[in-house]
Design a protein around this ligand. Structure first.
Ligand code: NAG
Ligand code: NAG
Ligand code: NAG
Length: 807
């Protein structure tokens, strides 16, 4: 009987261990009571992992139960080590196999390995009797073979470390009968072997020793105190051999669990039954009470399904003289949904870079609910509109993954509330807020506020003056959003842009480096780049157009007649000229533009104020009336040319006019400006001298002129804008006929200087009959002019320095 029971226990034990082992990735077994630091095994080796990777993969030991502190993993070596002394009895009490279950969690990728640790029993507890003295009252008339039930000794160890043997000492009357019960307990009975005689001894003490099977052996003892009595026939009898009760874990204190009842056929003291717990665990003792008189079992402590779901105990019923019987009571605790799920944040990448691809894992969450069945089934979710979701992973683990592209510039922080709800009724839930921030990536180039910039500056600006400022914005963080401005290399008029402008790298303010001259160029473009400080940096560029505006800084320049003092020019006016005839024209230009180059002509002084007028805008000199004999032959005009700038600038020139039909009549040219005060003699002398020398010079010039004119074709008139004798007129001047003389029949040729919008140089290349009766203009000029105005012929009749030009 005993052997059979033990074999059964053994097989159960082996089966249980095998079951757990086969269900785990790793299983170890250690004796209890091992010191802290003891090595259980090497996880890394047993799982085929590199020990060096354990740290980077954030390996850790996890468990749902409260015994996590017992063991840990050494990340350096991969050893599984004991951290705290393990007492099997405390942890597993009577459980046949004391198995601790751990989980090894590895991240990236998330991996879970189950580890089971079997705690082997060590014989560290001695058998203990419930009472040191067992009181027994036996009739002297009792027959040999009468049996008396004794409470067995209890050894919290298991297996062969449990009580194995009972021994009686100091005794000649009794033997022990030990039977194994079906539930693994032992039925110990004292069997009367030799009749008692109250008259010889009316009480006796027998020592009972319980010995366990451990090595070394441990034992415990109790004294059986037998009082020899006259008569007590019947032991109490329970109405049920086995009581079973079930109550919810949230039962209030004082709840009646069950009432046991036993009856004794005897009368009086012999039939008065009292109840007591005989075999009961320490835990159960704290939770249940037994009323010794009524047999009511009540709740006196807090029940917790999660800690203990089943209690088993034996109840003794005893009559007044110690005859007893026992019954078994099993109390099952039913689960109530009294534990809300608990959310554990097992790992979190924080902050997360904003360029994380959708679906990337940023955290691992573990949810536990201590309730069982549906009360412990948990659903986990995120109820907000955030680009994150929970993906169920192994067991109670969830991965927190992104569902879309993140953008720190839009949302830089997330408070993600994770809600876990179990399926009990009513369901319990809990939530946890995870704070996540998004780290910047340099993903935005600086953007200029405007598509292009224009700066307006008047010429003659001071070097260093501010032209304008450009601004670019970059929403990235810190240096990734710090904008630095610079000029892109380029050229303006063949010189590097940096010699014209500079840009302040921090503020984007653009300064002129030099003074600009409108007459040199009117506008130019540069490119400004805005670059951020990220790595790699991002940049964009913008065009800045600089427009230079004109200032009236150039006075009119008179091309014809040449300014006073330089040369000497005289116009011939035929004596027969009628009023309104065009006599000459003052030609002037102004390098400025617009109003600043709008020229007006005035006669400021003249020999005969009533004889000539000048076109205000055209500069044409005309006779005002018919020439009469009485008019002085030599006429002198001083013409002032003014521009329209603010303030206006002006230039003056002198115009010498000779009223004569014949050039031969002309007195010495040099004297033309002087009053005729010289004596006739001196005049003749001078004429003679001049004639001789002019003849000689004319001869030479004719020869040179012929050769020169043959070799040199008439060429286009403009090599440069300013050196040309031409009338510079603002665009709308050509058609002005306010003065009534220059009509459209007038033959103007327009020439444009290179690259200029407004400086149209119009000048007369042919004269009409209408204007001068003799289509001749008398000039005294450097021979350069001859080539400019057309074919040049020698004119012997006129003399030296004169060049006759015609269309
Ligand atoms: C997240 O919570 C913290 C503190 O609880 C708060 O300071 C922060 O403003 C919250 N952020 C968002 C985006 O709601
Ligand atoms: C700037 O962006 C880079 C990646 O482009 C990132 O590594 C860095 O941390 C960012 N700097 C800051 C201050 O956020
Ligand atoms: C300037 O910007 C334009 C487009 O905005 C780009 O095509 C060009 O390459 C940029 N130039 C430089 C020098 O960065």
């Amino acid at each position: 009987m005993e052997l059979k029971g033990r074999l059964w226990i053994f097989f159960f034990y082996v089966f249980a261990v095998l079951f757990y082992i086969s269900n785990a990735d790793l299983s170890y077994s250690v004796p209890e009571e091992m010191g802290p630091g003891s090595i259980v095994g090497n996880i890394a080796k047993d799982l085929g992992l590199e020990a060096g990777k354990l740290f980077t993969r954030k390996a850790r030991i996890d468990t749902e139960e409260s015994y996590q502190h017992y063991c840990d993993i050494d990340l350096k070596t991969g050893n599984f080590v004991i951290r705290e002394r393990i007492d099997r009895e405390e942890l597993c009490a009577e459980k046949v196999s004391c198995l601790l279950k751990f989980e090894l969690v590895l991240e990236s990728p998330l991996e879970l390995h189950r580890i089971s640790l079997l705690i082997q029993d060590v014989n560290d507890n001695s058998p203990v009797f419930q009472k040191d003295i067992i009181k027994l009252e036996i009739r002297e008339s009792a027959d040999k073979g009468a049996r008396y039930r004794l409470n067995e000794a209890h050894d919290t160890d298991i297996g062969k470390n449990m009580v194995e043997q009972y021994i009686l000492q100091n005794n000649e009357h009794f033997v022990l009968s030990v039977r194994d019960d079906t539930d693994g307990s032992k039925n110990v009975e004292l069997v009367l072997d030799k009749e008692l005689d109250r008259e010889k001894e009316h009480d006796l003490n027998v020592v009972m020793i319980a010995v366990d099977g451990g090595n070394p052996q441990r034992s415990g003892s109790a004294i059986i105190h037998v009082t020899v009595l006259d008569a007590n026939d019947n032991a109490p009898v329970f109405d049920q051999a086995f009581y079973k009760a079930s109550l919810p874990e949230d039962s209030a204190l004082d709840t009646l669990v069950v009432t046991v009842s036993a009856t004794d056929a005897d009368e009086g003291v012999n039939g008065a039954v009292t109840y007591e717990f005989s075999r009961i665990s320490e835990r159960a003792k704290k939770v249940f009470s037994l009323n010794s008189q009524t047999g009511e079992i009540k709740v006196i402590g807090l029940l917790d399904f999660e800690n203990n779901s089943k209690y088993e105990m034996r109840i003794d019923a005893k009559d007044g003289y110690g005859l007893s019987s026992d019954s078994k009571l099993m109390i099952e605790i039913t689960d109530m949904n009294d534990n809300a799920p608990v959310i554990y944040l097992k790992s979190l990448t924080n902050p997360i870079p904003e360029n994380l691809s959708p679906g990337a894992e940023v955290g691992i969450i573990n949810v536990q609910d201590r309730d069982s069945e549906t009360n412990g089934q948990v659903r986990c979710s995120i109820q907000q509109h955030v680009p994150f979701k929970l993906v169920p992973s192994i067991k109670n683990y969830y991965s927190l993954v992104t569902t879309g592209q993140l953008d720190r510039e839009l949302v830089s922080d997330y408070n993600i509330t994770i809600t876990a709800t179990d399926e009990g009724s009513p369901p319990l839930s809990s939530s946890k807020t995870v704070q996540l921030s998004v780290a910047d990536i340099n993903d935005n180039p600086p953007v200029f506020e405007e598509q292009s910039y224009s700066a307006y500056v008047t010429e003659n600006n001071k070097p260093g003056s501010t032209l304008c400022s450009v601004t670019a914005r970059d929403p990235d963080w810190r240096q990734n959003g710090t904008v630095i401005y610079s000029l892109l290399p380029g050229e303006v008029n063949g010189a590097p842009v940096s010699s014209y402008l500079s840009v302040n790298g921090d503020t984007g303010v653009i300064h002129a480096v030099r003074t600009f001259d409108y007459e040199q160029f009117r506008s130019f473009k540069v490119h400004v780049m805005a670059r951020d400080n990220g790595s790699p940096p991002l940049s964009s560029n913008v065009t800045v157009s600089v427009f230079i505006s004109d200032v009236n800084d150039n006075s009119p320049q008179i091309l014809y007649p040449a300014p006073e003092g330089n040369s000497f020019m005289t116009e011939l006016v035929p004596k027969a000229a009628h009023g309104g005839s065009l006599v000459s024209k003052v030609i002037a230009v102004d390098a400025d533009s617009g109003q600043n180059a709008w020229l007006s002509y005035h006669i400021v002084k003249s020999t005969d104020p009533g004889l000539f007028t000048i076109g205000l805008n055209s500069g044409e000199i005309r006779t005002q009336r018919d020439i009469s004999e009485s008019d002085s032959m030599k006429q002198n005009l001083i013409v002032s040319v003014k521009d329209n700038g603010q303030p206006s600038l002006s230039a003056t020139c002198s115009m010498y006019l000779l009223i004569s039909d014949n050039l031969a009549e002309v007195p010495e040219l040099k004297d033309i400006s002087y009053d005729e005060k010289n004596s006739k003699l001196t005049s003749y002398l001078i004429i003679a001298l001049v004639s001789v020398s002019t003849f000689f010079l004319t001869f030479i010039i004719i020869i040179l002129g012929v050769r020169f004119c043959r070799r040199r074709k008439p060429r286009l008139l403009f090599d440069g804008a300013v050196a040309i004798p031409s009338a510079y007129l603002p665009p709308n001047y050509a058609d002005v006929d306010g003065t009534g003389t220059l009509r459209s029949a007038y033959n103007y040729d327009a020439y444009l200087t290179t690259g200029s919008r407004t400086s149209d140089f119009n000048f007369v290349s042919s004269y009409n009959d209408n204007t001068l009766p003799a289509d001749q203009t008398l000039r005294k000029s450097p021979s350069d002019f001859a080539g400019v105005f057309g074919d040049c012929d020698s004119s012997p009749e006129v003399g030296a320095f004169l060049c006759l030009c015609h269309s």
